[in-house]
Design a protein. Sequence first.
Length: 219
Amino acid sequence: MSPAGAVIGDGTFVGPNSFIGPGVKLGRECYIAAGVNIYHDCVIEDRVIIHSGAVIGADGFGFVPDPSGHLKVPQNGNVIVCRDVEIGAGTTVDRAVVGSTRIGEFSKLDNLVHIANNVTLGAGCLVAAQTGIAGSTTVGSGVVFGGQAGIGGHLNIGDGAVIAAQAGVMKDVPPGVTVSGYPAREHSRSLRVNASLMGLPEFREEVVNFMRSIEEENE
């Protein structure tokens, strides 16, 4: 259904059981599959593809602890999905507290991705399934996220960075750097850390044997 106040551009297809909220601006030649929900005041630019079950513009996860319970922070912004973006099935892009959550042009989001409130995703990014990007993080252009990557909030991910699958990013990532592991670190260092951990049981055994030999010599 499409309420009064929504604008749908020429050549755009909206599938059955999809909801286009009031004040939504939906561009030209878009494809909105069945069962998509686009909440009020969101902007979808030209040639965007959104697959079934995606939710664009739901409230972000914002609460303030209070003795009476968790108080909800109003989410008064919107979502802007720029031209030529594709958003996979079951993916959610939360509306901003103020301003806009933004998905840059030519970016491609896999199924089951979560983009939190006030995130800015640059142009040409690739985000694999089950990746989550926490609120107010800024991602540059051409960044690649492997599957199940977790990105903390209020971070800066530089242009051309690569976030390996299952990486847990807890600090800023410079442009062009590949990070992996948890916590995420520069990839070559992460490989060395993992290699060292693999040899830890043998190293421990050598230390124990060495300590025993010292004790026997001192008896």
